[in-house]
Design a protein around this ligand. Structure first.
Ligand code: EPZ
Length: 419
């Protein structure tokens, strides 16, 4: 187990290249199972979640090699259709292998993924989508034993909620199914567009990615290709907020600014000056931030739930009172008690948090409750008086590549220590 030790109060400034998207690379690596041959995926961040995904690919019989930030997957011989419980439990996103395995070998045995720290995270929509495509699913002691004896057959799938993972599973299971599948109320996240762009480059025929209705015309076979995933928009938001809370000046390279359309207005409302130039985005912060009236998390293109915790830290040190409403996950405020330990003034009622900004937070020993909550605590340490120790970096390592070195390159005083 390790911890980040942060000596706060330094102005975060400078320029860094932002990692590839965790939430793009995971489904795209899963999608390589559908391709008979060797795919090359570039801009893959070096994360524990990516490593976990590679372990699952190898367990299925794929040959996988990482070369720098490229991952090469030879899925010529998929020899298994089962993901062991230990691997399923390592990360929530393992469930998106279900659609890919079914699409390739027409059967799959997976265990129900562990609920993540942020909520129950059921998979009823995933199961509904697979059943719509002709998959028989038996739930047996926490395992889903799936089979499609007549193969997968395209159908209309209407989601009651635009679930990102369920949309990805429906796309992965239908891209080589017989006939046409229409997904209604599909998730519209940029990571869905990225997955569909990869599959279309492999010879898939998918229309409407990024819209609420996606049409997939099943193809016999997909061919390997070379593909580069998009930039991680949540990592971008996190580094921008590091500049915002320290009166800093941060420039991010290799970004897709259009994916940040929902987070730029609140940053500007807080008094930050944002300048977008091609694939770069620069934030200059005021000496003291203004409050943000309301942050309400929504499915894309609304305000992203993954940026909620980092923004909570921002409004903790803003002038005035801000309100945050978390609509997506029922248990995504676990970073708040830790921020209160650092002097934040926050009242909570269910999914609503009311934050009265303070002049200064002060350093303390805090514990990461989950991936984005842990990042929020590191951001708090950057602007706090004194030393902050953030324990349980393993959560943060799931989604932020080389976090302490990237922050150090932006003038932060942060180091990792065993705890
Ligand atoms: C993806 O999770 C992301 N993870 C999450 O990012 C992100 O927060 C989330 O989408 C929302 O944008 C990956 O892409 C690997 P959902 P996912 O299915 O697919 C409920 C991060 O920090 N739901 O859109 O699990 C669910 O409980 C992570 O990078 C059902 O009820 O999210 C939740 O309340 C965290 N039944 C809501 O929908 C289902 O079958 C959104 O979940 C599926 C979901």
């Amino acid at each position: 187990m390790s911890a980040f030790v942060i000596n706060g109060g330094r102005r975060i400034s400078g320029s860094i290249r932002v990692q590839g998207s965790k939430n793009s690379v995971l489904p795209i690596l899963a999608a390589t199972v559908l391709v008979n041959g060797t795919s090359v995926i570039h801009n893959c961040p070096d994360l524990s979640d990516t490593a976990g995904t590679v372990k699952i690919l190898k367990n299925l019989g794929c040959k996988v090699l990482r070369e720098g930030n490229s991952i090469i997957v030879d899925s010529t011989n998929v020899t298994s259709s089962e993901i062991p419980e230990s691997l399923m439990r390592e990360m929530r996103s393992s469930v998106i292998f279900l659609g890919a395995i079914l699409g390739r070998v027409k059967s799959a045995v997976v265990s129900t993924p562990g609920g993540c720290e942020i909520g129950l995270r059921p998979i009823d929509l995933h199961i509904y989508a697979m059943k719509q495509l002709g998959v028989d699913i038996a739930e047996d002691y926490g395992k889903l034993v799936c089979s499609a004896p007549n193969g997968l057959v395209g159908k209309k799938i209407t989601f009651s909620f635009p679930s990102v993972g369920a949309t990805e599973n429906a796309i992965l299971a239908s891209v080589t199914a017989k006939g046409t599948t229409t997904i209604v109320n599909a998730a519209r996240e940029p990571e869905i567009i990225d997955l569909c762009a990869f599959l279309n480059k492999c010879g898939g025929e998918i229309y409407g990615a990024g819209e609420s209705v996606i049409t997939i015309k099943g193809k016999e076979r997909l061919n390997p290709c070379e593909y580069s995933v998009i930039c991680d928009r949540i990592a971008c938001a996190t580094y921008l907020i590091a500049g915002a809370v320290t009166g800093g000046d941060v420039n991010l390279e290799n970004t897709n600014p259009v994916h940040l359309n929902a987070i730029i207005p609140p940053l500007e409302e807080a008094g930050c000056h944002i300048n977008v130039r091609c694939k770069e985005i620069r934030l200059k912060a005021p000496r003291r931030l203004n409050r943000i009236d309301k942050i309400i998390t929504q499915p894309y293109p609304g305000f992203p739930t993954d940026a909620q915790a980092p923004f909570t830290t921002l409004v903790c040190v803003a002038k005035g009172t801000s309100v945050i409403v978390e609509n997506i996950f029922e248990s995504r405020f676990k970073h708040i008690p830790e921020l209160v330990r650092m002097g934040a003034k926050i009242r909570m009622e269910g999914r609503v948090a009311v934050i009265d900004g303070v002049e200064r937070l002060y350093g303390a020993e805090v514990v990461s409750p989950d991936l984005r909550g842990g990042a929020a605590l590191v951001l708090a340490g950057l602007c706090a008086d004194g030393i902050t120790t953030v324990r349980n970096t393993r959560f943060i390592d799931r989604g932020y590549e080389d976090f302490e070195n990237n922050l150090s390159m932006l003038n932060a005083d942060v180091r990792r220590k065993a705890n």
